[in-house]
Design a protein around this ligand. Sequence first.
Ligand code: AHN
Ligand code: ZN
Length: 327
Amino acid sequence: MKAAKSLIMVLALWMAASCAGKSTEKSDNQNIVAQVSIIFDADSAYSFVAQQCAFGSRVPNSDAHKKCGNWLTDKLRSYGASVTEQCADLKAYDGTVLHARNIIGEFHKEKTERVLLIAHWDCRPWADNDPDPNNHNVPVMGANDGASGVGVLIEIARVISTIDNPNVGIDILLVDAEDWGETGGNNENSWALGAQYWTAHPHRADYRRPTYGILLDMVGDENAAFLQEYYSRAYAPTVMDKIWKAAAELGYSNRFINSHGGAVTDDHVVINRAGIPCIDIIDQRKNSDTGFCEQWHTVDDQMSHISTETLKAVGQTIVYALLEKQQ
Ligand code: AHN
Ligand code: ZN
């Protein structure tokens, strides 16, 4: 019953979004505001975060990593994406060879207008920001740092599977080997190895470059604060304005804050340098030493800090931005 009802809602929404001549863009978008809460199921997103954690820490070369990668691929396929697994042996800064796997799910390949949605699915091998030095070699669970963004994107994949003819095509890029980087110092290239590989080696020869990109990183914490990250503002101000405006229209200005954040070395920098304007929706804290939440790169990055409300704010904002009439 619930499924039938939400299908009708999606159809109504899609008709509203495509009947430009019959009503104003404004009322179409108000209609969408009313509907996104039904379409994006935050409990489902939460369960996708939990399911990744249930494999254990998804550190490259581990059994949990392999199993979770298989699960992500299967999930995207089950929602109708055309999935490519891009495998590569990547050398980390400490010499370790990472058997990395980028997972790309493409929806509606025929559409020329495309949006790229990105999250990293690997976990950091060391909780080197933990207050207890005994934990510095323990792998991070990454409920927030990794699994949260991926969970939101798998739920968005489920949403897309319910829509017949969206006005944009969506590419979901789950990048590997983001978090094996060198803390401190200036070894910027030690991070985001999977994204670096993908920009240097398109996953298929005739891959059409998307119009813009949105990276989700640490989007699940109960006290999340999405400040306007520096590189995102510099490279992709139009995308940033679109997303912050969408959040405001949905009533999420408490999470998507109109305030400038710091510069974060992350997958989006690599993607911007490859010519795709891309923002990073990332939880930044002005009053913390690291610039991130307290649990960042500690053994306490666990499901207990993940909030359905935060996942909902992020997921609904993105779905809204994808559905709204292009301006
Ligand atoms: C640095 O700490 C240099 N960048 C943060 C990128 C990151 C790590 N995101 C999640 N984990
Ligand atoms: Zn990290």
